[in-house]
Design a protein around this ligand. Structure first.
Ligand SMILES: NC(=O)c1ccc[n+]([C@@H]2O[C@H](COP(=O)([O-])OP(=O)(O)OC[C@H]3O[C@@H](n4cnc5c(N)ncnc54)[C@H](OP(=O)(O)O)[C@@H]3O)[C@@H](O)[C@H]2O)c1
Length: 324
């Protein structure tokens, strides 16, 4: 079978496409024929050994896939063969076949394409965990989303709207903001050309925003924290800018703000019940057509390096997906 491999840590152009042995499903496992493998910002880091997990070499990038169950191991009901599923893997998805534990595969809603299903777990799972489980976002509250046209950012725009919030999308260009508007954002702030703090205050009539969702970090984080209101919540999701901000804690104290860490990959292990509840909400919204993940572009397996470079170059909007 074909696999894109990272054989030595480095930039995306060092990835190689190789033929390797097809795996077999062991006891309690499923063999999945991968149909689509989604990429995320962390794929740009994990291949350079700059992420919080360090896989053994060689490994394949892509932490989430969709596909069909082709075979099952001992102890698994053979009736599952042929089922369409999606899975979170951490890494290892950019290849023709993967083997997972039976409980790791979630059934895909009817009518959903493999390309759209592949990117649902990490991006939408992280975001609903952040907004629902951590910030407890309430109907009618204001939500400011940084990097709002990116993978998790656009998910926050969409899920924020579905939870009844007034969503203020913040991004670096008018083109990116237009996509956010099409996905339901009520207000738009271009933080490259506007004053983020002043505009967030203006858009909330001086009250300040209730919840900030920040997957970008860097200079804009402090401006967004300064624009939170009384009892605001600030979600620390990631640092796509490459800079981990150092925040003045007096800002947190003065408005009784909650600074909330979001580590989805660990949270789903520690609280699988809450994770299942969150994913069932996401899949329900997808099945009813209320949630439609935006695909930036699909790439064939052999162009995986090109796809990862597009993410690193800040070019993508929504999800980037490898099709197999
Ligand atoms: N905590 C968790 O559990 C969790 C889960 C998933 C993802 N994350 C993190 O969330 C962040 C975003 O992930 P993603 O997959 O949504 O990424 P993405 O699709 O590439 O989006 C990232 C956004 O960040 C902004 N950005 C600012 N400076 C950038 C730079 N130098 N390079 C690239 N983007 C830059 C861009 O928006 P503008 O151009 O509009 O600024 C871009 O749209 C990452 O740090 C990722 O590790 C965390």
């Amino acid at each position: 079978m074909r696999a894109v491999l990272c054989e030595a840590f480095g930039k995306a152009d060092g990835l190689v496409l190789k033929d390797i042995a097809k795996p077999m499903a062991g006891p309690g496992q499923l063999l999945i024929r991968v149909r689509a493998a989604a990429l995320n910002f962390f794929d740009t880091l994990i291949i350079e050994d700059r992420y919080q997990y360090t896989p053994d070499l060689p490994f394949s990038p892509s932490g989430e896939i969709s596909g069909e169950i082709e075979a099952v191991g001992e102890g698994v009901d053979p009736a599952r063969i042929g089922e369409r599923v999606l899975c979170y893997l951490r890494w290892g998805g950019a290849r023709d076949y993967v083997v997972v534990r039976e409980d790791e595969a979630i059934g895909m809603p009817d009518g959903l394409s493999f390309e759209h299903a592949a990117g649902l777990m990490i991006t939408y799972g992280t975001t609903i965990y952040a907004l629902r489980s951590r910030a407890r976002l309430q109907r009618g509250e204001s939500l400011a989303v940084m990097g709002a046209s990116g993978g998790v950012g656009l998910a926050a725009v969409e899920i924020g709207k579905l939870m009844g919030a007034r969503v203020i999308a913040c991004a670096s260009s008018d083109e990116k903001l237009e996509l956010c508007r099409q996905h339901g954002a009520d207000d738009l702030v271009n933080y490259s050309s506007q004053n983020l703090k002043m505009d967030l205050k203006r858009l909330t009539s001086g009250k300040g925003v209730d919840v900030v969702y920040d997957p970008v970090g860097g200079d804009f984080s402090e401006a967004a924290l300064r624009a939170t209101g009384w009892y605001g919540r600030f979600l620390v999701v990631g640092f796509a800018s490459g800079t981990i901000p150092k925040m003045p804690l007096n800002l947190v104290m003065l408005k009784s703000v909650d600074l909330l860490g979001v580590f989805w990959g660990e949270a789903i292990v520690r609280d699988p019940v809450e994770h299942a509840r969150n994913m069932s909400l996401i899949l329900g919204w997808v099945a009813s057509g209320q949630l439609k993940p935006h695909l930036h572009q699909t790439y064939p397996l052999e162009k995986t390096a090109e796809a990862i470079s597009a993410i690193a170059n800040r070019e993508v909007r929504g999800k980037v997906v490898i099709t197999l």
